[in-house]
Write a protein that binds this ligand. Structure first.
Ligand SMILES: O=C(/C=C/c1ccc(O)cc1)O[C@@H]1O[C@H](CO)[C@@H](O)[C@H](O)[C@H]1O
Length: 535
């Protein structure tokens, strides 16, 4: 049971027990009534319940454009970097691509129906840059693209669902890569600023939550350090790529993304916020790094890993410069902010978006030699899920991504402390299953592990909130199985199963569980096998 590890709940239990004892001592009818009401109180506290979160708390689901839309050449859409990358043999595990994906471009109303049935009050989705601006700022706005997102936004609002929009979730016009190398060039800041402004202008009357970027730390690491995402650049020993420099390019790319973010926030603040009244933030992939051993070296290693993964983007936005750990190790390979840049960065943000899936142990590789982890290579740490033969959590479909529910509380409390308790939204959290041809339809929908995953993470999230963390929303990743980037169709994260041959959607147990939870049902607890019979 999760409660064992949950100090707040334990404390409450002890307090309640004391009160019960006191009440018994009273030996009166009043005492009996007190016992009954306390029991009711205790059972409600012990069971995860919607009412433990503020009524205005956003509970939603998330998706992203390239992963679901398909229709990759329809209505004047331009090619994106992912369209091109996924068509190159060897880049996607199963040779699939997002040409059709979930065919959401044509089926969005059906999918909005699924959201409505879940009972979510918000929906996080992204806008395909190449659908709106097929050639970036070197061409016109594609009206058909604007029309599509208008239809989505209007349909969800009509059903009482708040749009929570990611301006850029990995996919960019290929034109910008071909012309000037995309994020490696300062040119992209102008393009991004233009795109963001087109979005504010077209949708900002109805969209009150914007995030500038999804996981810039994944864009830099996967695209330019390991090379498994476009443009597939890296150098040895980080990976085998034809071009790239894993110790230099990720930081140039990161720099341009940070300043693109700042430019968009600046534009929003100056010209749109007063009239439109929305909020704007950025979403970071926020893995938790736990020291492998209780030594100063490993404690510093875990901190260094956080710096090279997350403070990398948030420190410049909050404090105007990169974390000291990055300066020390990277030296001249780390770009510097000019005074103009610093001025722009003062626009900061309104909230931090946190994508939280997993935690890992970090071991120091400065003071003792060890095998350096490629995805955090320049941080000089080794990361592992294994401590003395014991895994940090339970395995999921994504290699190296264990389910570690307590990690979400650690990350949220860390962000609370470091960034002055700025409002936070959990913009992604979810569980992956490997898709396997021998699995039956029933295997696909009885996802008890996913139910337990969401239940346990929400429990620890709630614990952080009770400790004062300013968390205002949670989005389960994801509404429907989709094109999972380099993993293609081999990993399934959906609350709904998708048959990619027929495009049929089937709610999984987790969809029913989430819906019951959102509707305030009493059975919203973690499951053993006993719960499956309730559905
Ligand atoms: O795409 C990633 C990150 C992947 C990764 C990182 C580090 C590794 O070592 C391996 C994969 O982030 C998010 O996680 C989700 C589920 O994957 C994606 O479907 C979302 O689109 C994305 O925002």
């Amino acid at each position: 049971m999760i409660w064992k590890n949950e100090p707040k709940a334990e404390l409450r239990a002890r307090e309640s027990e004391k009160k019960l004892k006191a009440a018994r001592a009273m030996g009166s009818i009043n005492g009996l009534l007190l016992i009954l009401s306390l029991q009711f109180f205790v059972s409600n506290v012990y069971c995860l319940h919607r009412s433990q979160f503020n009524p205005s708390f956003l509970f939603g689901v998330g998706t992203s454009s390239y992963q679901i839309e398909g229709a990759y050449l329809e209505d004047n859409k331009g090619l994106s970097n992912w369209d091109v990358f996924s068509h190159i043999e060897g880049n996607i595990k199963d040779g699939s691509n997002g040409d059709i994906a979930d065919d959401y471009y044509h089926r969005y109303l059906e999918d909005i129906e699924l959201m409505t049935n879940l009972g979510v009050n918000s929906y996080r989705f992204s806008i395909s840059w190449s659908r709106i601006l097929p050639k970036g700022r070197f061409g016109d706005v594609n009206q058909a693209g604007i029309t599509f997102y208008n239809k989505v936004i209007n349909a969800i609002l009509a059903r009482g669902i708040e749009p929570f929009v990611t301006i850029n979730h990995f996919d960019i016009p290929q034109e910008l890569l071909d012309r000037y190398g995309a994020w490696l060039s300062v040119e992209i800041r102008k393009d991004y600023g233009h795109f963001a402004e087109v979005c504010f202008k077209a949708f900002g009357d109805r969209v009150k939550y914007w995030t500038t970027f999804n996981e810039p730390n994944s864009v830099t690491k996967l695209g330019y350090m390991i090379g498994s995402y476009p443009p597939g650049r890296c150098s040895q020993p980080f990976g085998n790529c034809t071009y790239g420099n894993s110790s230099l390019e990720p930081y140039i790319v990161g720099h341009n993304i940070i300043l693109s973010h700042a430019m968009a926030v600046d534009i929003y603040r100056k010209y749109y916020k007063a009239k439109q009244g929305g909020n704007i933030g950025i979403t970071i992939a926020a893995k938790w790094f736990e020291p492998l051993r209780n030594t100063t070296a490993d404690i510093l290693a875990a901190k260094r890993a956080m710096a090279f993964d997350q403070h990398w983007f948030l420190d410049p936005i909050f404090f105007g410069d990169y974390p000291s750990e990055m300066h020390q190790i990277l030296g001249p390979n780390l770009p510097t902010f000019t005074s103009e840049d610093k001025y722009l960065l003062e626009a900061k943000l309104d909230f931090i978006g946190i994508n939280q899936y997993t935690a890992t142990y970090a071991q120091d590789c400065i003071h003792s030699s060890c095998e350096i982890d490629i995805s955090d290579g320049n941080a000089l740490v080794y990361t592992t899920a294994d401590r003395n033969g014991q895994l940090i959590g339970t395995t999921t479909g994504l290699p190296g991504f264990c389910a570690v529910p307590w990690g979400i509380e650690k990350v949220v409390m860390h962000m609370k402390e470091r960034y002055n308790n700025t409002p936070m939204y959990i913009t992604e959290n979810g569980y992956s299953q490997v898709s396997n041809s021998s699995m039956t339809a029933a295997d696909f929908v009885s996802d008890i592990e996913r139910v337990n995953f969401i239940h346990d993470y929400l429990t620890y999230l709630n614990s952080a909130i009770r400790k004062g963390a300013n968390v205002r929303g949670y989005f389960a990743w994801t509404l429907i199985d989709n094109f999972e980037w380099a993993y293609g169709l081999t990993l399934r994260f959906g609350l709904h199963h998708v048959d990619f041959k027929t495009q049929d959607r089937t709610p999984r147990l987790s969809a029913k569980w989430y819906s019951n939870f959102l509707k305030g049902s009493k059975i919203a607890k973690g499951v053993g096998s006993e719960l499956s019979s309730e559905y």
